[in-house]
Write a protein that binds this ligand. Structure first.
Ligand SMILES: NC(=O)c1ccc[n+]([C@@H]2O[C@H](COP(=O)([O-])OP(=O)(O)OC[C@H]3O[C@@H](n4cnc5c(N)ncnc54)[C@H](OP(=O)(O)O)[C@@H]3O)[C@@H](O)[C@H]2O)c1
Length: 359
């Protein structure tokens, strides 16, 4: 099986190495203006992986989207959701009716890509790896044993059920099939962890240029209390869709095969988390991706559903005050997701029964 990975960052290269180890032919696409990691691999002639995955890999990289589209009928997107529209613009040049796209993470990419001529789109909640890259190679801090996934099936569009087996065969970890992409999006727990950890440590990040461990030192009891408030809203939104979502800690535990009791326990003791350094400033995707494409999305869904989202709104407002960016406008609000004209009931119905019940 061959796979094209669209997105040449740590998550894309970790997936490329893992898939190659599992016998797949892999091609990584690096956008012409996002080449820094691809260039270091070209310079070194190979990629060295350390940590949870070890060894040297020769990964082919291209900046020609046509080559990526022709290489495989499976395209896995590993750009941040803020980069999905750039990639979408490139993909629209091709007929992809026989292709399957898997967006890692999805963050409701399928709705943004509504007019893309593609066979099927799947979305995951998280990247399968906790990983970072520098000029010396790839460090994999953790490899998840499970990720959440769902396809988006516009009404009336048939789906060949063999695609589910193909997608499971592709991933070297277990897949949790969710009822819909909205369940998957609400299971991207980065929206609970990241923005509050950044906001509540903003002074420390700026005064030390991130010289501390973000989870171990930055996720203390008070930060955890604020996360609990956001997490309760996320779960209430799920209830309005008829979903019984687990808590953010339970989802993280499930994905990494862990059993931490609460946020602070996880922050102190989880190996994929407790060695992560804080970023050098607030201009980081923990805010620039997770606020517009998760919190704004969750908040606008909550408003339509009649769920009180005050804790999420508070985080968005504070982030907007801190950064000066109007994330409510630029983020994945209902208008950008093409959901604004729907009634509450229509919104709920849009995401009902999206995958065959036997899965
Ligand atoms: N790495 C992790 O541990 C981890 C864990 C959980 C979830 N995730 C999620 O997985 C996704 C990928 O993670 P990552 O660490 O690989 O991210 P990344 O390094 O920030 O981005 C991946 C690649 O996409 C490129 N890119 C950024 N904006 C783009 C745009 N507008 N158009 C085209 N390409 C663009 C980046 O280029 P530049 O280098 O120029 O930015 C990079 O080559 C993100 O959504 C992230 O939140 C990652």
């Amino acid at each position: 099986m061959s796979v094209s990975i669209i997105g040449a960052g740590p998550a894309g290269f970790a997936l490329a190495v893992d898939l190659q180890h599992h016998g797949k032919d892999v091609l990584v696409y690096a956008h012409p203006t996002h080449q820094r990691h691809a260039n270091s691999i070209k310079d070194n002639g190979r990629l060295e992986a350390r940590g949870a995955m070890e060894g040297f890999a020769h990964i082919e990289v291209t900046s020609d989207m046509r080559k990526a589209v022709e290489f495989s009928r499976i395209l896995i997107l590993t750009v941040p959701s803020t980069g999905q529209e750039t990639v979408l613009h490139e993909l629209k040049q091709f007929s992809l009716r026989r292709h399957t796209i898997i967006a890692i993470p999805g963050n409701l990419f399928s709705l943004v890509a509504a007019d893309l001529d593609v066979g099927c789109i799947f979305e995951t909640n998280l990247s399968p790896y906790s990983c970072r890259m520098d000029e010396n190679g790839l460090t994999v801090l953790g490899r998840k044993s499970l990720i959440f996934i769902a396809p988006f099936l516009p009404r009336g569009r048939p789906l060949n059920s063999s695609i589910f087996a193909t997608v499971q065969d592709l991933f070297p970890m277990q897949l949790r099939w969710c009822s819909s992409i909205v369940e998957v999006c609400l299971s991207n727990v980065n929206g609970v962890f990241h923005p509050l950890m950044m906001l509540m440590n903003a002074g420390r990040i700026e005064s030390t240029a991130g010289d501390f461990l973000l989870y171990r030192d930055g996720l203390t009891r008070s930060v955890g209390n604020a996360m609990l408030a956001v997490d309760r809203v996320r779960i209430k939104i799920g209830e309005a869709f008829g979903l019984q979502l687990k808590s953010a800690v339970e989802i993280s535990n499930e994905c990494y095969g862990q059993s931490f009791g609460d946020f602070v326990d996880l922050a102190r003791n989880s190996p994929p988390h407790n060695k992560l350094k804080a970023p050098p400033g607030l201009d980081n995707r923990n805010i620039s991706e997770d606020v517009p494409d998760l919190l704004v999305c969750w908040c606008s869904l909550a408003e339509k559903l009649g769920v009180d989202a005050a804790p999420i709104k508070a985080v968005i407002v504070l982030v907007e005050m801190v950064t000066g960016v109007d994330y409510c406008e630029t983020g994945r609000n209902l208008r950008r997701l093409n959901l604004d004209s729907l009634s509450r009931d229509e919104l709920i119905a849009t995401f009902k029964g999206m995958i065959p019940s036997r899965l």
